[in-house]
Structures are given as structure tokens and as C-alpha cells.
Design a protein around this ligand. Structure first.
Ligand SMILES: *[C@@H]1O[C@H](CO)[C@@H](O)[C@H](O)[C@H]1NC(C)=O
Ligand SMILES: *[C@@H]1O[C@H](CO)[C@@H](O)[C@H](O)[C@H]1NC(C)=O
Ligand SMILES: *[C@@H]1O[C@H](CO)[C@@H](O)[C@H](O)[C@H]1NC(C)=O
Ligand SMILES: *[C@@H]1O[C@H](CO)[C@@H](O)[C@H](O)[C@H]1NC(C)=O
Ligand SMILES: *[C@@H]1O[C@H](CO)[C@@H](O)[C@H](O)[C@H]1NC(C)=O
Ligand SMILES: *[C@@H]1O[C@H](CO)[C@@H](O)[C@H](O)[C@H]1NC(C)=O
Ligand SMILES: *[C@@H]1O[C@H](CO)[C@@H](O)[C@H](O)[C@H]1NC(C)=O
Ligand SMILES: *[C@@H]1O[C@H](CO)[C@@H](O)[C@H](O)[C@H]1NC(C)=O
Length: 516
């Protein structure tokens, strides 16, 4: 109780008294020297999150996580009509609305599947999948699936290694699909209780289609294989459909810029925007729209924010390419250097094309000496900041990278190790839910598909907090409040239709407020 007492200290005695509702299965914390605190799960125990059941009109719920150890802890409060003028004041303006949300997700890589199956009991594996997808967990609704291998595989491979097989008569899925992807996606869907929105991305074509005859490095598609590479995508969709999995979306290829960078060391295909638009306009677009997968959303770019809107402007010079493309995928890797206004400008220029964040992870930089930093609150904050920033700049959803990695951040055949929201320790037969996991949950669990962003007007005080608000299809209002500073910030949140909420966002904490 002391943690709650600290968190809501200033709320007590003012207007609304908030008291905690005990989580059904609380976090079992473990501290790590270099990082911070993880929640430990095993075959018999894993923390769960209390459901956000509808509360009556005068009440609201708050879910809080903090550097002090809260992890999506639920509390309840009453609205007040007090106008005591202390704290940073935000007012919800339901009249000003923005984009609609598709959802939040993670990625079904070979590496993630391999790590899940290292947990030797089904109970343990189920607990991990439930943590991500079920109503006891963070309720993700998106899954990105690599078409064939990527660096997060144990080796390089393609679905058709028979040279010059332009008809793809030798195309076949691999053991990785049958073991690490398809059955695991199906288990995730079972826990979700509905289909996940699946998004497919290819890293590299078979090497015989490429100018450098290699999966990685400086390499492009031979023009004679433009059609074969487009067909390869359709074949993938066909094969997954035969296995009962339908894709919501397809990107035009993971990080096309990588194949242009001569130092690139993992699976890639280089494209200039000029080459890409020809392939999309003449090959991929027509094939996809004339196939039974014609409703699949096609996402351009699937690469860094700093390429926007320049890349799209060039791609859209081909009117056919423009007509086939539904939206744009962005990766987060240089977001701290390039302002999010690139996203707003993209939206303003092409309001009919949605923006979706399709990949993110920490520990990717050459100077990140600790690839996995168990329990790092700072890394959790990096997720929170980026998600709030994206959502405030027209982004319609946010998809994490590998759903589970091992304690060194792999496996990865190219040694491109990184961190992950969940780390599996095979030796101890445990898995660790990191702050990044709960960070994602502050959004994914509450901001359901179809939610619409509403304006939050800051009326007083400096911008000590970062915030974003959504009206859900069930008319719930969801407000996420993040305090990334080392001091407590009292907050006043006013909804003219409901009343006033006041609480203190303690140093380094994040809160999701929800009411109907
Ligand atoms: C909220 O108000 C109700 C009365 O309407 C009261 O019973 C309850 O104790 C209050 N809860 C809190 C947290 O103040
Ligand atoms: C799993 O974790 C719980 C809670 O920490 C602990 O009580 C239990 O002994 C663990 N079970 C195993 C099999 O390690
Ligand atoms: C929102 O719109 C309604 C009806 O158009 C209007 O009565 C109300 O004053 C507006 N509210 C704000 C906060 O602008
Ligand atoms: C699972 O792993 C644990 C820890 O290594 C071991 O004690 C146990 O026997 C294993 N169980 C099975 C079914 O392999
Ligand atoms: C594939 O086609 C290229 C160009 O037409 C040719 O040089 C090469 O020998 C062919 N390879 C095989 C195995 O047929
Ligand atoms: C591809 O299929 C077409 C028609 O089925 C056939 O004429 C052609 O020879 C095939 N090409 C190869 C390389 O197998
Ligand atoms: C490719 O497919 C053809 C026809 O389906 C088959 O005859 C051939 O053996 C296959 N080649 C390889 C290398 O699997
Ligand atoms: C899309 O494909 C379905 C069959 O899968 C077909 O019934 C429908 O007419 C197609 N729609 C368009 C717009 O081509």
C-alpha cells in the first residue's frame, strides 16, 4: 500500500480520494544491477492486469506504472467539481478530433518463435502469449510477419532457391513457418479471441533475383525478376491462407534504404524511390489487386521517418503506384534526431494515406554496448515517448519488433542483437516482462481499434508532461499521461462533460486514465 500512498499523496484530502484495487496476480519483481526491475514469470506464475470494466459516470480508473515499481496498477477515483488552481491543467476538447486507430502489436519473427519454444512447458508458453494477447494481458491486435527469413533467423533462406525459377514452381514455405510462425500466430489468435491484424514484410528476395547474388549487402532486384518478386509476395499470401491465416496488410519491403547502404550486413533489398514506384505500379500493385488478396492494405516505405515525405513524393509521381498504396509504414530508429513534423507534413499532403509505425526496438545502435538491459525503465520511457509523439502526429498504430528474445538479444544470424519487451531465460525456464512491455500496454490495452484521437488543450503551466487522448468506439475516454522528469507533477484533467480529475504524476511515471 505504501507505493500507492506515495503515488496519490497529493490527491488525498483535496478533491477525489483514489484507492487502489488489488491486481489479481501482482508483478513478482526482480532487480538487475545494470538495468532495473523486471516482472518474473514461469510455468506456474505470471502477473496479470485487472480488466478495465466499465465504471459509472462519476468514476474513473487509472492504471499506473513507474520507475518506483508500479506496473499497470489499477486504481479508482471519483470526478470532482473542484477548481482549485494548482497543477498542470489539461482540458479535453471533444470537438477537435484527429486520426482513427488501427491498433498495436508485435512481430512474429523466427527468433521470437524459437525463444517461446525454449520454454519447455506449454503452460509457460501460454502465459507468455496471454501476456501479449489476452484480456489478462495487454491485448495486442497486430502481428508483423517476415516473408521468409530476416536477420532474426538462425540462417539465411528463401522460399525458392532454384535459380531462374521465374514461375516459382519450386516455391515452398519452410520449417520456420511450420514451427515458429504459423502455429504460434494461431495460438496468439486463440488467446486474443479474434483474428490478429497480420502485416507481412519481405526482407530479401532469393539471391538469384539480386544484383549482388547475396541476401545482404549492396544489392538490387534484377529487372527481369520484377514480376517474379511480385508473384513471390502473392504466393506467400496464398500459402498462409491455405494454413488459415489471412493478412490485413503487406508492406512494399522492409527498409529499402538498407540495400543502398554498402555497410549493410543483414537481409535486405535496395530500392531507389524511382525504381520502387515502377515495381509497385507495374508489378506488385496490379498482381495484388487482381488476386484474391485484393483487400490487403499496401504500405509504402516501411523505413525511417527521416525519409518522409520526400520518399512518398517520388513514389507517388507514378499515379498507378499511388493508387495501389493505402498507407505508409515508418520505423522508429532515428526518431530522436528527426522531428515528428515529418509525419504531420506527410498527413497534410496525403490525408487519404494512413501512417502506421511498423517497427521499433532498443539496443540497435553500434554504440549500445548493452544489447539487453534487463529491467531498464529508461528503455520503457523511450517507447512511451515515441508512441505518444507518433499518436500526436497522425500515426494510426504502433508495432513492436521481436515479441521475445534471449538474454543476449538473439538469435540473430548477423549478430544484430537488440532488446525486446520480453526476454526468455532458457536456463532458468523463466521469462522477464520488461518496462517496455508495460509501456506498450499503457496504449494497447486501452486504445482499442476504431478509437479517435481528441484534442487535449494545455491551459496552464509548462509542458512538464506528455499526453494523448482518445475517444473509443464504446464512448470510453482514454487519456495517457507521461511524466519523464525526476520530479512529481500535479495534474488537473478537465472534461467539460464529466468533471475534474486530479492526481500527481510522480517522477518517471506513466498513467492511463479511463472513464465512460
Ligand atoms: C466515490 O463516491 C462514492 C459516493 O458516490 C463513495 O461511496 C466512494 O467512497 C467514493 N470513492 C472514492 C475513491 O472517493
Ligand atoms: C514460479 O514463480 C512463483 C512466484 O514467484 C514461485 O512461487 C514458484 O515457485 C515458481 N515456480 C517454479 C516452477 O519455478
Ligand atoms: C463543441 O460543439 C458544440 C456543438 O457544436 C458546442 O455547443 C460546444 O460549445 C463546443 N465545445 C467546445 C469546447 O468548443
Ligand atoms: C524444463 O526445464 C526445467 C529447468 O531447466 C527442468 O527442471 C525440467 O525438467 C524441464 N522439463 C521438461 C519437461 O523438460
Ligand atoms: C539463369 O539465367 C541466366 C541469364 O539468363 C543464365 O546466365 C544462367 O546460366 C541461368 N542459370 C541457370 C542455373 O540456368
Ligand atoms: C513458366 O510457365 C510458362 C507457362 O506455364 C511456361 O511457358 C514457361 O516455360 C515456364 N518458365 C519456366 C522458366 O519454367
Ligand atoms: C522444382 O520443381 C520441379 C517441378 O515441380 C521439379 O521437377 C524439380 O525437381 C524441382 N527442383 C528442385 C531443386 O526442387
Ligand atoms: C476481390 O476478390 C474477391 C475474391 O476473393 C472478389 O469477389 C472481388 O470481386 C474482388 N474485388 C475487387 C474490387 O476486385
Amino acid at each position: 500500500m505504501t507505493r500507492f500512498a506515495k503515488l496519490f499523496l497529493t490527491a488525498c484530502g483535496i478533491a477525489s480520494i483514489i484507492f487502489p484495487v488489488q491486481a489479481r496476480y501482482p508483478c513478482v519483481p526482480r532487480d538487475f544491477d545494470k538495468g532495473g526491475t523486471v516482472c518474473v514469470c514461469n510455468s506456474t506464475y505470471c502477473d496479470t492486469i485487472d480488466p478495465a470494466e466499465r465504471v459509472t459516470a462519476g468514476k474513473y480508473l487509472v492504471y499506473s506504472s513507474s520507475i518506483d515499481g508500479l506496473r499497470l496498477e489499477k486504481s479508482e477515483g471519483n470526478f470532482s467539481d473542484s477548481t482549485l488552481p494548482s497543477g498542470v491543467k489539461y482540458t479535453i476538447d471533444r470537438n477537435r478530433t484527429y486520426q482513427k486507430i488501427f491498433g498495436f502489436g508485435t512481430a512474429f519473427t523466427d527468433a521470437a518463435g524459437i525463444n517461446l519454444l525454449k520454454l519447455n512447458s506449454t503452460d509457460s508458453q501460454d502465459k507468455l502469449l496471454k501476456a501479449y494477447f489476452s484480456s489478462e494481458g495487454i491485448e495486442l491486435n497486430f502481428g508483423r510477419v517476415p516473408i521468409g527469413g530476416c536477420d532474426f533467423s538462425t540462417h539465411t533462406y528463401s522460399y525458392d532457391d532454384v535459380e531462374n525459377d521465374t514461375n516459382l514452381s519450386n516455391f515452398s514455405l519452410t520449417m520456420e513457418d511450420d514451427t515458429f510462425k504459423i502455429p504460434i500466430i494461431k495460438r496468439a489468435q486463440k488467446f486474443r479471441g479474434s483474428s490478429l491484424k497480420l502485416l507481412a514484410s519481405a526482407w530479401s528476395p532469393p539471391i538469384w533475383m539480386k544484383t549482388n547474388n547475396d541476401f545482404s549487402g549492396f544489392g538490387f532486384l534484377h529487372e527481369e525478376f520484377y514480376d517474379a518478386w511480385a508473384k513471390y509476395h502473392i504466393k506467400f499470401l496464398d500459402e498462409y491462407k491455405k494454413n488459415g491465416l489471412k493478412f490485413w496488410g503487406l508492406t512494399t519491403g522492409n527498409e529499402p534504404l538498407n540495400g543502398i547502404v554498402p555497410i549493410n550486413r543483414f537481409n535486405s533489398l535496395g530500392w531507389s524511390p524511382q525504381g520502387h514506384r515502377e515495381w509497385i505500379g507495374n508489378n506488385l500493385g496490379p498482381l495484388l489487386r487482381n488476386s484474391e488478396h485484393n483487400a490487403t492494405k499496401l504500405l509504402a516505405l516501411d523505413d525511417q521517418r527521416f525519409l518522409l515525405p520526400w520518399w512518398l513524393e517520388l513514389v507517388f509521381q507514378n499515379e498507378d503506384a499511388k493508387s495501389y498504396i493505402d498507407g505508409v509504414g515508418v520505423h522508429w530508429y532515428w526518431d530522436t534526431l528527426y522531428p515528428a513534423t515529418a509525419l504531420s507534413r506527410t498527413h497534410m499532403r496525403y490525408p487519404g494515406k494512413f501512417i502506421l509505425a511498423t517497427e521499433a526496438c532498443v539496443g540497435d545502435k553500434p554504440w549500445d554496448r548493452e544489447k539487453v538491459m534487463l529491467g531498464s525503465w529508461t528503455r520503457g520511457e523511450m517507447y512511451i515517448k515515441d508512441i505518444i509523439e507518433d499518436l500526436n502526429h497522425w500515426v494510426t498504430g504502433w508495432i513492436d519488433w521481436n515479441f521475445a528474445l534471449n538474454p543476449t538479444g538473439g538469435p540473430n544470424w548477423a549478430n544484430n542483437f537488440v532488446d525486446s519487451a520480453i526476454i526468455v531465460d532458457e536456463e532458468k525456464q523463466e521469462f522477464y516482462k520488461q518496462p517496455m512491455f508495460y509501456a506498450l500496454g499503457h496504449f494497447s490495452k486501452f486504445i482499442h481499434e476504431g478509437s479517435k484521437r481528441v484534442h487535449l488543450q494545455r491551459q496552464k503551466g509548462p509542458s512538464a508532461l506528455q499526453t494523448v487522448a482518445f475517444l473509443r468506439p464504446d464512448q470510453a475516454m482514454v487519456v495517457v499521461v507521461f511524466n519523464g522528469r525526476g520530479l512529481d507533477v500535479p495534474l488537473i484533467l478537465v472534461d467539460p462533460k464529466r468533471g475534474t480529475i486530479r492526481f500527481t504524476a510522480t517522477k518517471h511515471s506513466v498513467h492511463t486514465v479511463i472513464y465512460w
